[in-house]
Design a protein around this ligand. Structure first.
Ligand code: BDR
Ligand code: CA
Length: 346
């Protein structure tokens, strides 16, 4: 099998971290580079988090490039209350000793699609700032990519940042609109896949999933994340990947619990990553997607015109249905297997 070339743009981030582990664990994916944008935490911290996860997993020296440290026009928002002071919850990853690339993220995007025209899948699980900047410099980028997959937006569904806006879009709505506009006019099978909150909030990671992942990894003792544990309780897992993953995820579960969503975590980004290499895990509906920039209350809202009322061709394949447990079975087998291999080789 020839692995799929992936350019991964992130704001790591607890769920971006899970997406990275999933891709590292998947033989269908070859990560060409990781480009970092400010979002959950500032871009420089995002880059360090990625380097540290790569080293922890014994991954090769995949390029990690810094991108825009601020959105196109909007003032930067970050959300340490959701993802922890460094963006990885309670996890404290060992310093990788690896370096951030000298290249700017936009250059990485452009060079990758020019070097491999029609072969690269762009996967964005953070704000769309870097991609928007790259498209401005290389307007052919949407046609040079094989396909774009984005975690972002909320379609006929409530927001998580404002009542109508999802975080990745809310951080940089101007970039999101630029990207959706630029990716218009592609054939339907190449229209960007968009995983919004309408589907990703159905992908609920529960403590029993983490326990199962620990078992697959051969980690001991049983990994328990209980709702009544003291906040900040730390994992004693023998397996280092399981231990750090669990410390990261525990923080995310506590956040969801204190925001009345239950003792669980919505794992938006690994689900989007799975769609990049296993698109059959969801069903899709074609729509024309646009972003509200002008509204005083609705700025950052993603609007899907399902019925063609705007008279514009569809520019997105919006993920509308999935079987979350099929995804989790796949995710646990992959990431648990990676964790087991890391422990065996150390
Ligand atoms: C998205 O926002 C971020 O906080 C998560 O990493 C995810 O990409 C969900 O709205
Ligand atoms: Ca993210």
């Amino acid at each position: 099998m020839t692995p799929q070339k992936i350019l991964f743009d992130v704001d790591t981030g607890i769920d971006d971290s899970l997406a990275l582990l999933y891709l590292l664990a998947s033989p269908e994916a070859e990560i060409l580079a990781i480009t970092c944008t400010s979002g959950n935490v500032p871009a420089r911290q995002v880059a360090l988090n990625n380097l540290n996860w790569l080293a922890l997993c014994g991954a090769p020296e995949i390029e990690v490039a810094l991108g825009s440290e601020v959105p196109l026009l909007a003032p930067l928002m970050t959300t340490e209350e959701t993802h922890g002071p460094q963006g990885i919850g309670y996890a404290e990853l060992p310093d990788s000793g690896r370096s951030i690339s000298d290249r700017h993220a936009t250059q990485v995007w452009i060079d990758a699609v020019r070097a491999h025209p029609g072969e690269v899948i762009g996967l964005v699980t953070g704000p769309l700032t870097n991609l928007a900047l790259a498209v401005r410099l290389e307007p052919e980028l949407p046609r040079l990519l094989q396909r774009l997959v984005v975690m972002g937006g909320a379609f006929d569904y409530k927001g998580n940042t404002t009542p109508v806006s999802e975080w990745n879009i809310a951080v940089d709505p101007d970039a999101a609109k630029l990207v959706f506009d630029a990716f218009s006019g592609l054939p339907p099978e190449r229209a960007p896949i968009i995983a919004g909150l309408n589907i990703t909030e159905r992908v609920e990671l529960h403590p029993h999933h983490v326990a199962e992942l620990g078992r697959v990894a051969g980690s001991e003792p049983e990994e328990v994340i209980a709702a009544d544990d003291a906040p900040g309780t730390r994992s004693h897992a023998s397996n280092p990947v399981v231990r750090h993953l669990s410390d990261a995820v525990r923080f995310y579960m506590e956040f969801h619990l204190t925001h009345d969503q239950g003792h669980l975590a919505h794992v938006h980004d690994p689900f989007a990553a799975a769609l990049a290499i296993q698109p059959e895990l969801a069903t899709y509906r074609a729509a024309t997607v646009d972003v509200e920039l002008g509204g005083t209350l609705s700025r950052g809202q993603t609007i899907a015109d399902w019925a063609g009322l705007w008279g514009r061709e569809p520019n997105a394949a919006v993920a509308v249905d999935t079987d979350p447990e099929a995804f989790f079975a796949h995710f646990i087998e992959r990431v648990g297997g990676l964790a087991r291999r890391v422990a065996e080789s150390s």
